[in-house]
Ligand binder design. Structure first.
Ligand SMILES: Nc1nc2c(c(=O)[nH]1)N[C@H]1C(S)=C(S)[C@@H](COP(=O)(O)O)O[C@H]1N2
Ligand SMILES: [Mo]
Length: 238
């Protein structure tokens, strides 16, 4: 799939690739960045930490564009990691015993961020569990030690600091983070599924003014963390 020649509806290209998210997460940081621990849960036979098993999967490299729902796009990022589809078939099914009907997937980050996607969307060829960006281990800014990369979906589906994935038969017990209109169950960029109830073209205009202050907020929080000792976890629990 080539998404490089034209931008998706309502997106514009940015030179920088900022640390970004909903503002409560600006001051939340991962606690474990030197090893990968990835818990599998939900409707599975054996809840298990599959972090070590990721090393047995074939590695892939991928160039893809990254589209934030607030309308910025950063093109041609070069990710390294493993395919979610390989991970599901070779690790999740055999090790955790996930049932095929458990197709509602919840992804959680060490900072408390969470999102959901249908299993079918995660099995697409371009969805990765990434641990590298441009040949280097992921930085804290961009999701250390492991993040999802789902290029066909808005950035909020690409959970950073990924620590837990749940496979559920039903979505009924899941509550999204934040305001419901901002969360689309699929969030496909090509269909401009930015949120629910409010049309994508209208959300473009509501979100655009938020980009600059959000970038500043996330950058300042990162600088403060660096200044106040590398090991601490400032702002945790807010
Ligand atoms: N754990 C976690 N994952 C997250 C977020 C976050 O705040 N925390 N923000 C999301 C949003 S809205 C976007 S656009 C991308 C930003 O990725 P970046 O910070 O690497 O640019 O991460 C997504 N995944
Ligand atoms: Mo985003």
């Amino acid at each position: 799939m080539n998404t490089r020649s034209t931008l998706p509806p309502g997106q514009h290209e940015t030179e920088d690739f900022p640390r970004f998210g909903l503002t409560p997460f600006a001051v939340r940081f991962p606690t474990v960045i030197d090893t990968v621990s990835l818990q599998i849960g939900g409707d599975v036979k054996t809840p298990v930490d599959v972090g070590p098993a990721l090393a047995s999967l074939p590695r892939v490299e991928q160039r893809s564009d990254f589209h934030c729902v607030t309308t910025w796009t950063h093109r041609r990022l070069h990710w390294g990691g493993v395919r979610f589809a390989d991970f599901y078939r070779e690790v999740v099914v055999p090790m955790a015993g996930a049932a095929p009907e458990a197709s509602f997937v919840v992804l959680r980050g060490q900072d408390g961020a969470r999102t959901s996607l249908p299993l079918e969307d995660l099995l697409a060829d371009d969805v990765l569990l990434a641990d590298q960006l441009f040949g280097q281990p992921l930085t804290i800014e961009h999701g250390a030690p492991l993040r999802l990369v789902a290029p066909a979906h808005y950035g909020y589906k690409s959970v950073k600091h990924l620590s837990r994935i749940e496979f559920w038969r039903s979505s009924e017990n899941y509550r999204p983070f934040g305001l419901r209109f901002m969360v689309h169950p699929r969030a496909r960029v090509a269909h401009e599924e930015r949120g629910q109830w409010v049309p994508g073209w209208l959300l473009r205009h509501l979100y655009r003014p938020l980009i600059r202050p959000t970038v500043v907020r996330f950058r300042q929080a990162m600088q403060q963390r660096l200044q106040s000792s590398g090991a601490g976890v400032p702002g945790e629990g807010s």
